[in-house]
Each structure stands twice: as structure tokens, then as C-alpha cells.
Design a protein around this ligand. Sequence first.
Ligand SMILES: [Zn+2]
Length: 258
Amino acid sequence: MNQIWAISKGALFRQIENGLFVVQFAHNKDRTKVLDGRPWTFDQHSVMLDEVKGNQQPSDIVLTHCPFWIRFYNLPLNSRTLGDVRTIAGKFGEVMEVERDGVVWDKSVRARVMLNIMKPLRRFVRIRNKEGNIVSIEVKYERLPTFYYACGEIGHIKRDCEKVAEEDKDSDKQWGSWLRASPRKGRIKMNEEAKSFLNSSKTLSMASKEKAHPNKQYDQVENHVTEVVNPIQKSPEEGVFRLHGGAIEWRKMVRMKS
Ligand SMILES: [Zn+2]
């Protein structure tokens, strides 16, 4: 993840249980950058991140929420104030940010919302416009990881869905790729970088103590242990990454059904 995150100093990964890692950042700036950059995916799969609270036990850590940028389309022109957008976005979860630029005339407006990813993705939202009529607002999500089009949940595909009965898995789906917002420029570049990285090397060396912190031991920066990474997974072989010797070994471990 170090390269995908493009952080300046090293990060140290420790597995504390299957699929759950503690990440130590050598530099606080990197930590902020990574948190602000959520959601992260690795090879299309969701990588959940949250801050570790000091009194938490690893077994109690449940990662259920992740911020996403949601774009709202077709908003009535007189319902586009920051307050309006905040109210509408609030139906999706805790609103972290509403984009200020171009709020009035853009085709869509954006808000960053903390989503509960244990719930199916909302596909639209109905609001009452200023005339009192109910109108439907379309939404798209930026940087959506893999999700299953029959149940609308992030983190699994057809094979691993426990919610939809086997016989219903091939019927018409109510979710689809149309929920994905087309990537912005920066995102395309990032995808390309991630891809070339994956193609060029399957093994990524971990930042050594010396490199990351020339004069200090890691236990002196123990306070920087603030992040937990948990690839969402239903079955253990779907780990997004794992520790291997002194290096992090990346694997495409998910067998997608063709
Ligand atoms: Zn499902």
C-alpha cells in the first residue's frame, strides 16, 4: 500500500489477526494523507481504514464505515445551497464535507459522506422540492470498490453473497455499474500507477527502521500507531495483502467468477 498511498516516509504493517493490520506511519503527515484519501481499494477490493483508539482490543475492532464522495445529479436548481446539499447527503450518513466549487451550476454536486458499508448502497434519494413535489435525485459514487449488483453491498461478489437466494442470483439486478461515477483525472492516473506497480512487482519491501526513522527506534514512535486496515472479506482466502517474511507480499487472491 505504501506506493498506492504515495506517502513520503515508510509505513510498517503488522498483522494482528487474519485480514486485520495495524499500520504505523513514520510521519504524521502521511497518516493524515492516507485518512483523507479514503476510500482506498487494492485491486478493486475495499481496504477499510480507521484510527485505533488506545483502549481498543484487536478483537473488538469492527470496521463498518468508510467515507465516500457521492455525486448528486438532477438537483432542482433552487435546492443547491450548501445547506440543501448537506441535508440531502445526510440521508446517506454523516456528512463530512460538501464541495463548494461550482455548487450551483455543475451537472452534479458532491459531498463526502461517512457510509455504513454494511448496508446496501442507496441508489437514489427522494426529496421534496420547494414547490412541495417529490423528486428523485440520482446518485453516483466515486471510487467504488467491488460490490454485488444483486444485493448492493460492498465487499463481495455473487459467490459470497449470503443475502440473495441462489435461485435469485441470476435474475435482474437492481444495482449496477451505473452507480459508479466516472473517474476524475487524478483518479485515472492513480489507477494507472497502481496497475503498473502490480505488473512490475508482486513483492514490496517494507520500510526498514533505518530508512523510515534514521535515529529512532520504532518503539519510540509507538504513539503513531493509529491506523487499522481491514480488507472487507467474507472468506479468509480473500485477504488483500499479507505479511510474508520481511516483505509485504501482494496477491490477487480473489477468484472472480467469470
Ligand atoms: Zn450480498
